[in-house]
Design a protein around this ligand. Structure first.
Ligand code: HEC
Length: 154
């Protein structure tokens, strides 16, 4: 027992961070998966991969938009979509294997680090992601895409 009590102190003395046993998911790390298409900054590739910027922030101000965002990531999304004036007709694969806490973390990373234009960003909680994911658990990527037009994006 004694040795365990001393461990954190020893770690601190060595300048090593004492990590919790089960850490919160890291949005920046998870975002690497998104950056493969949406790019590191979230700027995207015009006409191919939409930017995660003004449309994202605008969507995140409305319930319908928050639902669309969560379902786009958990179910996948297929256009046609118009994002910041440009048409997109590709397919985003589902990232539904990421748990609710991880989806919240990656969306909060997008909302604060990638998406810089538009209204203030309200963070997603794990519980909200769980509720919104469940609300569209049987939707296809094309059905999710149809939600975009009425969800308050740019
Ligand atoms: C394989 C490429 C790819 C990956 C990986 C990917 N996306 Fe996408 N994403 C797309 C494409 C393509 C679209 C638009 C679909 C279309 O063209 O119809 C899209 C659309 C979106 C949208 C809707 C944007 C809008 O304004 O309507 C969000 C939000 C989004 N992605 C978030 C993410 C997040 C978060 C991740 C990482 C967890 C991610 N994407 C990973 C390709 C990808």
């Amino acid at each position: 027992m004694r040795a365990f009590a001393i461990l954190p102190v020893a770690a601190m003395a060595l300048g090593v961070a004492v990590l919790p046993v089960r850490g919160a998911p890291d949005g920046a790390t998870l975002f690497a998966r998104c950056a493969a298409c949406h790019t590191k900054t979230g700027a995207g590739v015009p006409g191919v991969y939409p930017p995660l910027n003004a449309d994202f922030r605008a969507l995140a101000t409305k319930d319908a938009g928050r639902r669309y965002i969560v379902l786009a990531v958990t179910r996948g999304v297929m256009g046609p979509l118009t994002v910041e004036g440009k048409p997109y007709a590709g397919v985003m694969p589902s990232h539904g294997t990421i748990d609710d806490a991880g989806i919240a973390a990656v969306l909060n990373h997008v909302g604060t680090q990638a998406s810089k234009t538009g209204p203030a960003f309200k963070a997603f909680s794990e519980a909200e992601v769980g509720r919104l994911r469940a609300s569209g658990a049987s939707l296809s990527p094309a059905e999710v895409g149809k939600l975009h037009a009425g969800a308050g994006g740019k």
